[in-house]
Design a protein around this ligand. Structure first.
Ligand code: GTP
Ligand code: MG
Length: 383
């Protein structure tokens, strides 16, 4: 059987980037307050900049809240005749997404914020002036830090139950997930490693199936989408014949399942829709699959019109732009090589982009330093 590959190309220049998984910000601890020699008074210490992990927050929201990306804590109060110990400057607490690593420009890890409520001081306040410093205060720590969303794997499998996600994971990696013909076989994420001939390894996360209403906790709920957030690439998977949960539920065509998946993603966090994504149409070995696949491709190409077959509240506002669409049989291991190659191509391309960005940042820093005629302290203390 011939497995066609159709490409719905993104508009040139309209590459992803809506999804932010890395953010560099400026942080500065507050300066200390002045001491008061006459009374041996001590200035208050400057406040710290503290990052606190919060669930359900994205890096994009952090930018929206503070577009200038500068976080500066409060200064300590000067010592006075009435208050010979100046008050401490207030800390600046910044809410950041759970699951990030905070790094210095030299790539030293300041903190891993894995659980909601985890916190870390990312810029210390300066000491208040006192007799040991001639009553002169210290400045707060100044630096740039990068927040990186930690990835659980390179690729995340997104699909309705029974689409064949676990079957695909088993076919392309050494993982041995449970496979069965009833929905919700997979209860928790499982990661497999796909190894390429040149030994490049790509991790693939098999996630529990999603269904319409997942955002309202239907089925397994959309709790697992937080893992999707932490992958570089989404691999959507659909059963070419669609899905039906039970006799009581409506049958959803392959097109409808794709649109409903987009909707669930959007309802979880709208910027997930901007992640790089590919679509695998599975079970192409079954009879009638060719016609169904053609229908799905046609409907995806005429998305705006086709989506009207769903009730209004189930229609995604924006469409995920697939970089490529594959027709495969996970069970019969057909069409899998092309899919694997494309996945790798997208990941490698993205990796290149990251490298270029880092190089550019380094160049900009060097230029800045040269224009000041001095080098800045690039080995600031790591807390
Ligand atoms: N004919 C055919 N059957 C398939 C194919 N891929 C998977 N199946 C069958 O579809 C059923 C579901 O497969 P799974 O891999 O468990 O599906 P899943 O997407 O992981 O399902 P959940 O874990 O419930 O979300 C099993 O009976 C598989 O054997 C395929 O390419 N062709
Ligand atoms: Mg499964």
């Amino acid at each position: 059987m011939v497995f066609l590959t159709r490409i719905l190309q993104r508009a040139p220049g309209a590459r992803k980037r809506g999804f932010v998984d890395k953010l560099r910000v400026y942080v500065r601890g507050g300066s200390g307050g002045m001491g008061l020699p006459k009374y041996n008074g001590r200035g208050g210490d400057g406040g710290h900049v503290v990052f606190v992990a919060k669930d359900d927050l994205t890096l994009k929201q952090v930018i929206d809240r503070t577009p200038n990306k500068r976080f500066i804590a409060g200064v300590g109060a000067n010592a006075t005749r009435r208050a010979i110990q100046g008050d401490r400057g207030p800390n600046l607490t910044v809410e950041v997404p759970t699951g990030i690593t905070v790094l210095t420009d030299t790539k030293q890890v300041i903190a891993n914020l894995n659980q909601p409520g985890d916190q870390a001081v990312v810029a210390k306040g300066g000491q208040g002036g006192a007799h040991w410093s001639d009553f002169l205060p210290k400045k707060g720590q100044i630096r740039s830090v990068t927040m990186e969303l930690k990835l659980i794997s390179d690729v995340g499998l997104v699909g309705f139950p029974n689409a064949g996600k676990s079957t695909l994971l088993k076919a392309v990696s050494s993982a041995d997930p449970k496979i069965a013909d009833y929905p919700f076989t997979t209860m928790r994420p499982q990661i497999g490693i796909v190894q390429y001939k040149d030994l490049r390894r790509v991790s693939l996360a098999d996630l529990p199936g999603l269904i319409e209403g997942a955002h309202n906790n239907v089925g397994m709920g959309h709790h697992f989408l937080r893992h999707v957030e932490r992958t570089k690439l989404l691999l959507f998977m659909v059963d070419v014949h669609g899905f039906v949960l039970s006799m009581k539920h409506p049958h959803r065509t392959a097109f409808q399942t794709v649109a409903l998946l987009m909707k669930e993603l959007e309802l979880y966090k709208s910027d997930l829709v901007d992640k790089p994504a590919v679509l695998a149409i599975n079970k192409m070995d079954m009879t009638g699959a060719g016609d169904r696949a053609e229908e799905l491709l046609y409907k995806l190409e005429h998305f705006e019109d086709s989506v009207t077959e769903l009730p209004k509240d189930m229609r995604p506002r924006r469409q995920v732009q697939f970089e490529d669409i594959f027709q495969i049989s996970a069970k019969e291991k057909q069409g899998l090589n092309k899919l694997k190659d494309k996945v790798r191509e997208i990941l490698d391309e993205r990796f290149d982009e990251e490298q270029n960005e880092l190089k550019q940042q380094a160049m900009q820093r060097l230029q800045k330093e040269a224009s000041y005629g001095k080098t800045t302290d690039r080995t600031a203390d790591v807390i």
